[in-house]
Design a protein around this ligand. Structure first.
Ligand code: ADP
Ligand code: MG
Length: 327
């Protein structure tokens, strides 16, 4: 029902950035190679996500807006993904229950696509559309029917910061996908989608080409750690610049973040943190699935073993860098 969707929306669609996150994750799940995000007024006026992914058939479009309708099969691997990335078929119905949604979609090889318009959870119109492969979702009038929710929003500047942060993280987690982010007609960020993580890091954090970011690689029987970390002299005043991904999915984990910082031993100044993008490849059975699905905080079995591996990998990398004499 619309009410159930609004309640679900309360848990997961708290603000414009949550909508951006859910829509972009859907684009990534649909194997998109390009994702263009166009936002007006920090998402309060409009959020649009255009992808070139799998698309949705005309028959399935309405199903996608029904609660707990997910096309994503619950294999063990998918269970992990669903738990950390989205929440079992609730994003689209939740968003549609508290906003105005226009979705245009087509699959490859179809003669025509489909366009659907929902408002406050009700379908207003459904009709054929041009057969451009991919999906184009536009969300306007956010929280028009839940005014209390509107009042909880922070200033447009704060909401924009949150949107930018989530787009940065998703772009860092997916260097093979070409992202663009435009706000109020101005391009904020663009990545090439050529699977060059160092380039994405440089584009997002404004790091000049050179040897400031160190590639890392380490593994044991259970985990494989890869990514880039900054030299101890390139630091920031917040942990915000540390991005963790598990099997290339963006997650948050306090202990693993701490392990990255510990890898620097005491080479960082107090209150200073590295820039780092660290991916951990692991068997999804090692991920604790009993964590609230809308949260990104992920718990792992064998976490102490992994924190040691991360700290050791970084420590050794930085030590080996120092062996190279200055010329
Ligand atoms: P979930 O992602 O958990 O399956 P959502 O409500 O986010 O649930 O999406 C519902 C369904 O709509 C998805 O399972 C998928 O089949 C379809 N869908 C949503 N967005 C896209 C997209 N950008 N491209 C292709 N299919 C999509
Ligand atoms: Mg989803």
């Amino acid at each position: 029902t619309v009410l159930a969707n609004q309640i679900a929306a309360g848990e997961v669609i708290e603000r414009p950035a949550s909508i951006v996150k859910e829509l972009v994750e859907n684009s990534l799940d649909a194997h998109s190679q390009r994702v263009d995000i166009i936002v007006e007024n920090a998402g309060l006026d409009s959020i649009r996500v255009i992808d070139d992914g799998d698309g949705i058939t005309s028959d399935d479009v309405q199903l996608a807006f029904r609660r707990h309708a997910t096309s994503k099969i619950a294999s063990r691997k998918d269970l992990f993904r669903v738990q950390t990335m989205g929440f079992r078929g609730e994003a689209l119905p939740s968003i549609a229950s508290v906003a105005d949604v226009e979705l245009v979609t087509a699959q490859a090889g179809q003669d025509a696509g489909t366009q659907i318009h929902l408002r406050g959870g009700k379908t207003v119109e459904k009709k054929p559309a041009p057969a451009r492969q991919g999906t184009d979702v536009r969300v306007t009038d956010l929280f028009f029917n839940t005014p209390a929710r509107l009042k909880y929003l922070k200033s447009p500047q704060t909401e924009l910061t949150r949107i930018t942060d989530i787009i940065n993280r998703l772009a860092l987690a997916n260097p093979a996908v070409a992202f663009s982010f435009t706000h109020n007609g101005k391009e904020i960020f663009r990545s090439a989608g050529n699977d060059n993580l160092q380039q994405v890091i440089a584009a997002i954090y404004g790091i000049k080409a050179g040897r400031k970011m160190l590639p890392i690689a380490g593994e044991d029987d259970d985990f494989k750690v890869t990514g880039f970390v900054s030299l101890p002299e390139l630091t920031r005043a917040s942990r915000q610049y540390i991005t963790l991904t598990i099997n290339h999915r963006y997650i948050r984990n306090f202990e693993l973040t701490k392990a990255i910082i510990q890898g620097y031993e005491s080479k960082l100044m107090v209150g200073r943190y590295p820039i780092a993008v660290v991916n951990i490849d692991l068997d999804p059975v090692l991920v604790d699935v009993n964590v609230h699905p809308a949260k990104r905080e992920v718990r792992l079995s064998k976490e102490p073993q992994l924190t040691k591996l991360i700290a050791k990998t970084i420590r050794e990398r930085i030590a080996s860098e120092n062996l190279i004499p200055d010329v």
